[in-house]
Design a protein around this ligand. Structure first.
Ligand SMILES: NC(=O)c1ccc[n+]([C@@H]2O[C@H](COP(=O)([O-])OP(=O)(O)OC[C@H]3O[C@@H](n4cnc5c(N)ncnc54)[C@H](OP(=O)(O)O)[C@@H]3O)[C@@H](O)[C@H]2O)c1
Length: 263
């Protein structure tokens, strides 16, 4: 039995689907109940429900995040709970460059890696670059603005489905320690990514790029968050942007059909 934490998240959903499709028995951990026999309710910040969630589990895929600097405490909570169970493999999703970056969230992610490596549990750690959907959030947040403002560094966005597929390979491979970083097929400036997004969505607006100051800005400017090329992923951000624009167009068309009473 495989327990997936963060099973309801951007990465957790395709990971659960692909593991299930590969024939694994999967238990999907969330704080929220759902009418789904695979769902188990537990909270990594308190430990509530964890012992029951781990019953009969031999592999844990740890993807949960609060996107804050408390994640390492949740990892410790998980490791404490795992200590009482015969876990054969703990797979952890991390982020490229966490050991070199000044961002507090990344430093905390590195702490999680260190706790796992020191725990004695047989483990695999995969670091990935930022997901397409994560990058796109900066553009959708500015959809009503006449310009798009972006930071002046490069990104190497990766398709979340390809990261999920890599996780399934790693589950099947067994404990491997820290494995090669996984990233998207290209390193592009945020400006180029914004231009691709705007072109796909037929938005004619200028893109302004601004430097990020301070230690965090220097970490990004030095590219410590980038994987070496080729990164492992094949799907470019432009394909994600075009698919997003098509889906938004289809949703808009369906909405106007409903509005005109023809559906
Ligand atoms: N997003 C990126 O660009 C990116 C890039 C590289 C690596 N990563 C890493 O990939 C992993 C997955 O990221 P994601 O973007 O898929 O995350 P996400 O969409 O933000 O989902 C977060 C997940 O964590 C769960 N969670 C949060 N707090 C919890 C708690 N206290 N107890 C139990 N579950 C909790 C949530 O479950 P419920 O709300 O259902 O309880 C949810 O399923 C993370 O480790 C992240 O750091 C992300």
């Amino acid at each position: 039995m495989i327990l997936v934490t963060g099973a309801t998240g951007a990465l957790g959903r395709p990971t659960v689907s692909l593991l299930t499709a590969a024939g694994h028995d999967v238990r999907a951990l969330s704080r929220q109940p759902a009418p789904d026999p695979a769902r188990v309710v537990a909270d990594l910040s308190t430990g509530a429900g964890l012992a029951a969630a781990l019953t009969g589990v031999t592999t844990v895929v740890h993807l949960a995040t609060g996107a804050n600097t408390h994640d390492s405490q949740q990892t410790r909570q998980l490791l404490r709970a795992i200590a009482g169970h015969p876990i054969e493999h703990l797979v952890f999703m991390s982020i490229v460059g966490v050991d070199k970056h000044s961002l507090g969230f990344y430093r905390d992610k590195h702490l999680s890696e260190q706790f796992i490596a020191a725990s004695g549990a047989p483990y695999t750690i995969l670091r990935a670059t930022q997901f397409h959907s994560f990058v796109a959030r900066l553009f959708t947040a500015q959809r009503r603005l006449p310009i798009t403002v972006v930071p002046s560094f490069r990104m190497q966005p990766v398709a979340v489905d390809e990261v999920a597929a890599r996780l399934v390979e790693l589950v099947d491979a067994g404990p491997s320690g820290r494995v090669d970083d996984f990233g998207g097929p290209g390193q592009l400036s945020f400006r180029q990514l914004a231009q691709q997004w705007n072109a796909a969505h037929s938005l004619r607006k200028p893109v302004w790029s601004l430097p990020i100051l301070g230690a965090v800005g220097r970490s990004f400017a030095h590219g410590v968050h980038l994987a070496s090329l080729p990164g492992g992923g094949n799907i470019p951000f432009s394909a994600y942007a075009e698919a997003h624009a098509r889906a938004a167009g289809a949703a808009g068309a369906a909405g106007s059909l409903r509005g005109s009473g023809t559906s």
